[in-house]
Design a protein around this ligand. Structure first.
Ligand SMILES: [Zn+2]
Length: 317
């Protein structure tokens, strides 16, 4: 076995599929697929050996959380796929294809992702814009530009999951809070995600912080749970340092947003600290920015796929 890769295969007007491909110099003698718990898929390939060290690799595509590859015997390779959602719902298939290299291809339906996020109305808000530059890195990368790029990727990934996405701005222009709020109020959004970087000027400061607020109908507890899921996903992969989760100051949410008469959650995600040279360098990478966007999407998946038990319901043990 020589290689392992993953990708998302788009569906034409329908949910696509997550694809994991294992390359080998020959076909496996026998292939079997099973589960280890409800969210872990296990594929065993007999007649193959790893010619690399066993490893775990984050995928974070909204369906596949992580891949791991190791020996399960002298001539058996085991590939484990940790999923965000139940294995059974993804209708997994496996096929072996002769050739050089030989391929073992596992496909998982992304329909469960649509069942969790599909139809949700989300506003993605790249903060600042125009003369309001936001934070600036030591080599002059500006917050108003980088959050716009991450917002475009987040909008793409949420739309791919079936969300109805509205962006407050798609270019570099000034935008006041009332106009940002108006986008959410007109769309009856249930979630408003504002993208920032940290504004600290200390170059030693790194990592992610998520601030939250809810309307009177959603309440702070639900907003905090969502913020914690998004924060946790960004901490896990791409593995950002921790600057915490906190309730937002009243002035941070766009003016009028929290007066909505329906449950609406506001989160402000400070993705990195732009004053830090390493965080600034990372933000110049389109791959890194896409990972940030995917992590925010994964936080939403986890929030909606694993709702808390209703308060007051006792568990019978
Ligand atoms: Zn900002």
């Amino acid at each position: 076995m020589t290689n392992l890769r993953s990708r998302v295969e788009p569906g034409a007007g329908a949910p696509g599929r997550s694809v994991v491909e294992l390359e080998a110099t020959q076909l496996p003698r026998h292939v079997e697929m099973g589960t280890a718990g409800s969210t872990t898929l296990v594929a065993r390939l007999w007649g193959l050996r790893l010619n690399m060290d066993p490893f775990d690799r984050p995928v974070g595509d909204g369906v596949v959380r992580e891949l791991s590859l190791r020996h399960a015997g002298p001539d058996c390779v085991e590939c484990r796929l940790s999923l965000e959602l139940a294995v059974a719902a993804t209708s997994p298939t496996i096929e072996a294809l002769a050739g050089l290299p030989a391929l073992v291809r596992i496909r998982l339906s992304r329909a469960p992702l649509h069942r969790v996020l599909g139809g949700r109305v989300v506003v993605v808000d790249p903060a600042h814009g125009g003369p309001d530059r936001g934070a600036r890195g030591p080599i002059n990368l500006e917050e108003r530009h980088v959050v716009l790029k991450v917002a475009a990727r987040l909008a793409h990934h949420l739309a791919e999951a079936g969300c109805r996405v509205h962006l407050t701005r798609e270019d570099d222009r000034p935008l006041d809070g009332a106009r940002r709020a108006a986008v959410a109020l007109a769309a009856r959004a249930e979630l408003f995600v504002s993208l920032h970087t940290g504004h600290e000027e200390d170059p030693a400061c790194r990592g992610v912080r998520v601030l939250y607020a809810g309307t009177s109908r959603s309440g702070p507890a639900a907003a905090r749970r969502l913020a914690e899921r998004v924060h946790g996903a960004l901490r896990e992969w791409p593995g950002l340092p921790d600057r915490g989760v906190a309730e937002a100051d009243a002035a941070l949410a766009p003016s009028g947003l929290l007066a909505a008469s329906w449950p609406l959650v506001f989160v402000a995600v400070e993705l990195v600290c732009l004053a830090n040279p390493l965080d600034e360098a990372l933000m110049r990478s389109s791959v890194f920015r896409d990972r940030l966007a995917q992590a925010v999407r994964n936080g939403l998946v986890r929030h909606h796929a694993h709702p808390p038990l209703r308060e007051g319901v006792a568990l019978a043990l």
